[in-house]
Design a protein around this ligand. Sequence first.
Ligand SMILES: [Fe+2]
Length: 195
Amino acid sequence: MKKSKINKSSAIKFNINDGLSPDCKSKKRMLSEMAGMYLDSEAYSQSLSNKDVLVYEFYDLGKPEEPGELSYGTTIIYPGKIGNEYFMTKGHFHSILDTAEIYYCTNGHGYLLMENPEGAVELQEMTPGVSVYVPRRFAHRSINISNSEPFVMFFAFRADAGHDYKTIETKGFRKLVIEKNGKPEIIDNPKWNSD
Ligand SMILES: [Fe+2]
């Protein structure tokens, strides 16, 4: 493991309304990178053939992946839906499962959906000013339930935690958040794969 040589403070600006930083470049997740993540695959293909839109973006500041370091930044989920399922992040477990994370909402309206390998599910509603502690062992996904505003959150976690996207890509989350009669509703994921 590479040891970091520089031990200096740093200051980075993140806009609380749109979540964007003038100081660094975000990572972008386009709709075309979300294949298989939505329940309605027909609506997904149709939407994609119409236009490949930006679903979410986030910052990875490249902090050294070492114990004692922190990784942080903002994540911005744009408003939109595929079928009746809201725009969301892919979601992930941490590769070091026993690591927690903090989220703090600065704009918009959304949910943080969490589940652990044993099947416990947690859902927290987020509005500006709300912070949520994602416990160790819980996969987490951010869902924008507003149809007009970006859902913006600041996050921080142990920098060496790592990201396991693969488990969610193959199994999905046990629960989904969809819009029903104009309101968000949590449902069992009929495509959830327990193998
Ligand atoms: Fe995380």
